[in-house]
Design a protein around this ligand. Structure first.
Ligand code: PHE
Length: 339
């Protein structure tokens, strides 16, 4: 009899199924009212006294083995059901993952940042809502200075001291106020000007401005830095600096790059000259340094600024600046490969 029970223990232990009905059949067979276990219990009274102890032990072992088995299979089946509930059919083909694309303005902005980061420039940022000091006065544009008209300004409500920054030069003022030279920083960001919206200009656009302050900085350093940038960004290795005027730099210049005249598009975008203007630059005016508590007798430097939209339009042959702000997915999706 004891051997028989031991045999059943083996059967119970090696039982396995993934099927609920089979499990139920197993449970009834072993643990049910008319099951094997109860039959053995009923036999108990017939067992000779000297065997009762061992008989009791094996019969308990059988009971435990059967109960353990049922419990572990129930748990396994339940956890499988949960998995199925959350993930569905795991053998099903994967659904395509729809990924977004970075905005072309961000792509170009990041490229510019990378190029300048390689020669030691860090990135500085500042508020879009500015005060008069950081956007104008500190930049050598005192009140009533006629050059203020160069940048049509959006003022916030009727307070002439609070405005939307017209350039990110304001960030450079903040940076100079808070850092000692040597300074090598670029300030990318959104700027605002009260201009008529057309295919070439918008009242909201983006700039990257650069600032370099140290001892004995020369105009040649500025030109070399810009040349390095145009080579990296456009693969063009000829630039020219055309004399210009900005209140915060002296001397000042417009930056032109030689685009070439190979194709019809080259003719169109350079108006037949081969040259293309990409921004402004100059040696920082000593007054600006003074306003930021930097001694102009000890330090000097250069600054430059360029429009991100303009560069993106050039690189991607985009004919209308307004496309950047319409958020038309058909337009934006075309930049997926450029991340
Ligand atoms: N801040 C000027 C602009 O917005 C650009 C510029 C920056 C020019 C630095 C010279 C030096 O037009």
């Amino acid at each position: 009899m004891i051997d028989k029970i031991k045999e059943y223990i083996g059967v119970a232990q090696s039982f396995s199924t993934e099927n609920k009905e089979e499990l139920e059949a197993f449970r009834i067979k072993f643990l049910g009212k008319k099951g094997v276990l109860n039959d053995f219990f009923a036999e108990f009274k017939n067992v000779p006294n000297d065997q009762k102890k061992e008989f009791g032990q094996v019969i308990n072992a059988l009971k435990n083995a059967a109960e353990e088995k049922v419990k572990s299979i129930v748990e396994a089946l339940e956890s499988k059901e949960e998995t199925k509930g959350i993930f569905g059919d795991l053998t099903r083909a994967a659904e395509p993952v729809i990924v977004g694309s970075r905005h072309p303005i961000s792509i170009v902005k990041n490229q510019i940042i990378d190029i300048f980061a390689n020669i030691g420039f860090n990135v500085s940022e500042g508020p879009e809502i500015e005060d008069d000091w950081h956007n104008f006065t500190a930049l050598n544009l005192p009140e009533y200075h006629p050059a203020r008209d160069m940048q049509d300004t959006f003022f916030i409500q009727t307070n002439p001291d609070v405005l939307l920054r017209t350039h990110t030069s304001s960030v450079q003022v903040r940076y100079m106020e808070n850092h000692k030279p040597p300074i090598r920083t670029i300030s990318p960001g959104r700027v605002f000007r009260n201009e008529a919206i057309s295919s070439r200009s918008h009242c909201i656009f983006h700039q990257v401005e650069g600032l370099y302050i140290d001892k004995d900085v020369s105009f040649a350093d500025l030109k070399q830095t810009l040349l390095y940038f145009t080579k990296e960004m456009f693969g063009k290795s000829k630039i020219r600096l055309r004399p210009s005027y900005f209140p915060f730099t002296e001397p000042s210049a417009e930056i032109d790059i030689y685009w070439g005249l190979k194709t019809e598009t080259d003719y169109r975008i350079t108006k037949g000259t081969g040259w293309l203007e990409i921004g402004g630059c100059g040696m920082v005016d000593p007054n600006v340094l003074k306003n930021c508590d930097i001694n102009p007798d000890e330090y000097n430097g250069f600054a430059f600024g360029m429009g991100v939209e303009r560069i993106a339009m050039l690189l991607y042959q985009i004919g209308d600046i307004r496309m950047f702000y319409e958020n038309d997915v058909r337009f934006l999706e075309q930049f997926k490969a450029n991340i």
